[in-house]
Design a protein around this ligand. Structure first.
Ligand SMILES: *Cc1c(COP(=O)(O)O)cnc(C)c1O
Length: 421
């Protein structure tokens, strides 16, 4: 459920008419709903209660400071994959004790900065990373709290580019070698083993791969405890999928996921951490764009819009589907016709949807791409020298620009021409 609905024939974000925001900030722009973000976070909290738990929002899915502040104030922890994300979480007021640091390529500088600033745990992904972290921590006279990310070798059966838990993927250490690597970790002077971590992929629409991974994790926890390790935390990663179409797909809800977690892992006496990104932010955002032209080609009709693949890359990168809604509600029974919705960039990949059935939308009218709150603005670029689009947060009947559109002057001002040219 989300808070982007038609009211009086106009698409609203909560109580704010999206056309009002478009008039104020121009198009394209991202708009997020505070109520939806809050609701999704709360659903996870309720789903995991009464197990001790911390929901570590995956910052990479939408890292705007206002979004982080909203979730942090609700009590969320944060899952970061770079020191830049760490600094964002801290700037949003999240204490280090609620931040976990994931990622296969943490540098020594990043490790040092996180240890200095305070960190809940490092999710370590390889032997060499383990050695490096121990050295950094030792040089600072501290012990770094760690989990090892184990790769359970299950196929998340999701998109190739976001499947991460198979043997051939670059993430984590193989579960078959986990006991041996934990034994080495326990001997390293700069580390303190506190738990186990995994993350098998993103946009999972079925609980079965999670369950088979968690069953393997439960066995591993028992074995590690027998080996003498103290395992207090289980980080289950993120990855629960969201509905990208209103019509028919219905991925499991947080409540189903929580019930499965409790059934499979509830008796291990561990604090549960999860790292949802998409399920919290995905359906909490839309990208609003204006139709520049309708173009009739020989075989098909195009809607050329003022947003492009640099603003929302998911369709080009993953073949992702985003539902599209005109800001003005089409009359009931309005005829639908197939159109291609494309951006202005000179690449055929700059296509948001092909042969999508839409009611007639004239040039100058606006449409919204739904489910654009996760992996939208964060993956955008200024390709074709198109300034980053602004981000807006709505709460109830008010809205605020939480990242303004840079001026052309600002965009150009970031480059410099050496004085020898
Ligand atoms: C990407 C990622 C997440 C978040 O995945 P979602 O599908 O957005 O929930 C969580 N943890 C790790 C380690 C990740 O790489």
């Amino acid at each position: 459920m989300d808070h982007f609905l038609y009211r009086n024939g106009q698409l609203h974000a909560e109580d704010v008419n999206l056309a009002t925001i478009a008039d104020s900030v121009g198009t394209p722009f991202y708009c997020y709903s505070a109520a939806t973000l809050t609701r999704h976070y709360t659903l996870f909290r309720e789903a995991l209660d009464p197990l001790p738990n911390l929901i570590c929002y995956a910052v990479k899915s939408n890292s705007n400071l206002a979004v982080l502040k909203l979730l942090g104030d609700l009590g969320a922890g944060m899952d970061v994959v770079s020191i830049g994300e760490y600094l964002r979480a801290r700037a949003a007021g999240v204490p280090g004790a609620r931040i976990v640091f994931s990622g296969v390529g943490k540098t020594r500088d990043e490790m040092r900065a996180a240890l200095e600033g305070g960190i809940r745990q490092f999710n370590v992904e390889s032997d060499p990373e383990m050695e490096a972290l121990s050295q950094v921590a030792e040089s600072m006279g501290v012990r770094a709290p760690i989990t090892l990310r184990v790769n359970p070798d299950v196929d998340a059966r999701t998109h190739e580019k976001i499947s991460t838990g198979r043997k051939e993927d670059k993430f984590g250490v193989p579960i078959s070698r986990a006991r041996e690597i934990y034994a080495r970790a326990a001997r390293l002077p700069g580390l303190k083993v506190i738990g186990v971590d995994m993350h098998i992929g993103s946009q999972l629409t079925d609980l079965a791969p999670f369950e088979s991974a968690y069953l393997k994790m439960a066995d591993l926890v028992r074995a590690l405890r027998q080996d003498g390790h103290v395992i207090e935390r289980l980080d289950l990663g993120g990855g629960l999928g969201i509905p990208y179409t209103r019509a028919n797909d219905a991925p499991p809800l947080p409540v189903d996921y929580g019930a499965m977690v409790k059934r499979v892992l509830g008796d291990l006496d561990c604090e549960i951490e999860i790292e949802p990104g998409r399920l919290i932010s995905g359906n909490a955002g839309v990208l609003v764009t204006e139709v520049i032209y309708r173009k009739q080609a020989e075989e098909r009709e195009f809607l050329i819009v003022d947003a492009a693949m640099n603003d929302l890359v998911r369709p080009a990168m993953y073949g992702a589907h985003h539902d599209i809604e005109p800001l003005i509600e089409p009359p009931a029974g309005a005829p639908m016709a197939p159109v291609d919705i494309v951006g202005p960039i000179c690449e055929s990949g700059d296509t948001f949807a092909k042969q999508r059935a839409l009611p007639f939308v004239a040039a100058g009218e606006r449409i919204a791409f739904r489910s654009a709150g996760a992996y939208g603005a964060v993956m955008s670029s200024e390709y074709n020298s198109r300034p980053l689009v602004p981000e807006v947060l709505v709460s109830g009947d008010h809205f605020a620009v939480i990242r303004p559109r840079p001026s052309y002057e600002q965009m150009l001002g970031r480059d410099s021409i050496p004085d020898w040219l």
